[in-house]
Design a protein around this ligand. Sequence first.
Ligand code: NDP
Length: 288
Amino acid sequence: MNDQSSYRQELTGVFGYPVDENPTVVMMEAAFRALDLPWRYLNMKVRPEDLSAGIKGLRAMGFQGVNLTIPHKCAVLEHLDEVAADARIMGAVNTVHRRHDSLIGANTDGKGFLRALSDDGGLNPAGKRFMILGAGGAARAITVELALAGAAELIIVNRDESRGRELVALLQANSAVQVSYQPWIENLIVPENTDVLVNATSIGLYPQIDERPSLDYASIRTGLVVCDVIPNPPRTRFLEAASARGAITLDGLGMLVYQGAIAFKLWTGKEAPVDVMKAALAAEFARP
Ligand code: NDP
């Protein structure tokens, strides 16, 4: 028995469809164990048409919270009692937590990125210039947080122009950041005054495919901070190439752990054991 008076466990997890291969369970369960908390994290396969019933189920069963992944991040907003201001700007929630009987939506993806920048890169985004590759969900979360954190300039580069321009418009409407769209031309040059370059596309997700974002790698200067959102493998071909140019690199594993650590704190009220979480995920990713 956990505390000699109860066999009950606090429940958390993730709603997704598909969800079988989502590895967050590994780091969350490792964190619960490390802090000796009687908490569990479950991967729950919830079809899009069952989201409303799923949220009702969470309320009925007293879940402490859940993560949302594809395809629920946007659709979940209408089922919540409150949504944090940054998540409302993004139009996407990846973490729900409970306050008494209310379910509150947050988005920890961009905040996880900011924490990786500060804690692992020693970099405060205020006043810095960023070039972001991508305009999907990850790019949206990252750029909204950067804009709210006082970044001086964001250059959005995306293959699909209308999606890129849509993100620029969103950022202009909701922040004072200087932001522009740059078409993804061949031999894309990273401007010399750039402080941070971010791959926020899904390029590199499949390590068996030899691919990295197409750009002029000679324009990556020594000391440039280069980040990738791809968590597995942590050392992507993109980061290898940037590192070979003398860049300081931050991987997507760090971002994944930190966004989970922020969710962990929202749920449990406790600081997450990030080293334990990172080691658990790294071991999982290294499995043959
Ligand atoms: P989306 O599908 O919303 O967006 C994908 C983005 O990648 C789009 O900008 C798309 O461009 C671009 N893209 C995909 N393939 C190519 C290509 N061949 N050439 C150029 N651009 C391409 O996905 P998400 O933003 O939700 O996720 C992106 C990645 O981020 C995923 O791999 C995910 O695992 C990772 N991620 C990591 C997190 C972490 O904590 N480390 C958190 C969240 C996500 P276009 O618009 O032109 O199609």
